[in-house]
Design a protein around this ligand. Structure first.
Ligand SMILES: *Cc1c(COP(=O)(O)O)cnc(C)c1O
Length: 395
């Protein structure tokens, strides 16, 4: 039996070397290494400003704060996402307006958004999620950017899955006003814990930079490198403690050296899955509406439909017995006690998300997945589904 985890971090490069350098320098918190990580990350995306923080959740919170979201405001957010995308709205005492997603891509589409604007004309901010690393339909005459511009809606992109994701000749992170990335341990690149907010807007950048460190108007690094006395600083708002330490940025710098290799590893695995699982009855594969290699492929979620005759939870147990780790993305927000009770939400109002939720399973996907592991995963899936079919036909 093989033992295949759902996700596995690849740290094969300079991570240790760079961490050692930070430890030796005697400066462990936010300083030059974080600045260098921000600079290189911004360069990869072609964006003007990048602000490193200690999580994507922090980046989303800072983004909403910079847009001056306040108590009583409402913010659109898709149902098919991690709770972080919505909880940050509550941090500011605003309320999420949770929307259904497209079945094939699990993304909030321009069509769904347009209808939502008709139903909720008072909403002025949208959090869009590039699910699994597939870009939302942002560009073009009828894209999300244009619709939002027309209705005075500001956008925050939750790109926790979307590095590197391309849209035409641009990268996600250089398209909207505010984009938030995650470097959590199982994301496409990691810093252990960490996140990044990118923007081309100088005012947003300034606000985020101040608020990520206590609302202090100059960061600690500046305090120790500029000509002014190092004790002197001012506080202009009750900010947060969201800065990224240099130890974590050191890991990030090493990961950036290899991110294209990681991406190739993911593409190879997904290509295998798509070919092997294409024609299986009762299994829907995730749609890719952009060129294959423009997709970050953070996740490969399949859906077991009614025709598969197998319950998703049973399938997961059987995979586990074969030594294969899987996961579920996601139990939708309206099914979580907090959101369901506070906003009186019903599954029947989210038909696509509900169809996904009933049968969704994410298969193992990480750069170092080997071909024989992929073969074993696919043949196990086929065997489990065949058994389920036989059971039905002998009833
Ligand atoms: C992982 C994730 C986050 C949160 O990222 P952290 O860095 O752990 O805060 C937010 N949104 C989505 C869609 C995620 O998958």
């Amino acid at each position: 039996m093989l033992n295949i985890p759902f996700s596995k971090v690849t740290c094969s490069g300079s991570e240790l070397k760079y961490i050692k350098k930070v430890l030796k320098s005697g400066w462990l918190t936010t300083a030059g290494v974080t600045q260098e990580f921000e600079k290189q990350f911004a360069q990869k995306l072609g964006v003007k400003y990048a602000c490193a923080v200690n999580s994507c959740t922090a980046a989303l919170h800072l983004g909403l704060e910079a847009l001056k979201v306040k108590s009583g405001d409402k913010v659109f957010v898709p149902a098919m996402t991690f709770t972080a995308s919505a909880e940050v709205i509550r941090y500011l005492h605003a309320d999420p307006v949770i929307l259904d997603v497209d079945y094939d891509t699990r993304i909030l589409t321009p069509e769904i958004l347009k209808q939502a604007i008709v139903n909720h004309p008072d909403v002025k901010v949208l959090i869009i999620v590039h699910f699994g690393g597939h870009p939302a339909d942002m560009l073009g005459e009828d894209g999300i950017l244009e619709i939002c511009k027309k209705h005075g809606i500001r956008i925050i992109e939750d790109a926790a899955h979307a590095f590197p994701t391309r849209m035409g000749d641009q990268m996600i992170g250089n398209i909207g006003d505010i984009t938030c990335f995650s470097f959590y341990a199982n994301k496409t690149i990691t810093t252990g814990e960490g996140g990044m907010l990118t923007t081309n807007d100088e005012d947003i950048y300034r606000r985020v930079k101040v608020m990520r460190l206590h609302g202090i108007n100059r960061d600690i690094w500046d305090r120790f490198t500029s000509d002014k006395p190092s004790w002197e600083y001012d506080v202009i708002a009750p900010g947060y403690k969201y800065n990224m330490p240099d130890i974590n940025a050191a890991i990030g710098l090493a990961q950036l050296e290899d991110y294209d290799k990681f991406h190739l590893g993911r593409l190879r695995a997904v290509e295998f899955y798509r070919k092997e699982l294409r024609d299986i009855e009762g299994v829907d594969l995730p749609e890719c509406l952009v060129p294959f290699e423009d997709h970050a492929w953070h996740l490969f979620p399949i859906v077991l439909t009614q025709e598969s005759n197998i319950d998703r939870n049973v399938f997961i147990e059987k995979m586990a017995l074969m030594g294969i780790g899987t996961s579920v993305h996601y139990k939708p927000l309206y099914r979580m006690t907090y959101y369901r009770e506070r906003y009186d939400l019903k599954p029947s109002d989210f038909p696509n998300s509900e169809n996904l939720w009933q049968g969704t399973v994410s298969l193992p996907l990480f750069p170092s997945l080997k071909i024989d592991e992929l073969r074993f995963i696919c043949s196990s899936i086929k065997a489990i589904l065949k058994e389920a079919r036989i059971k039905v036909s002998t009833l």
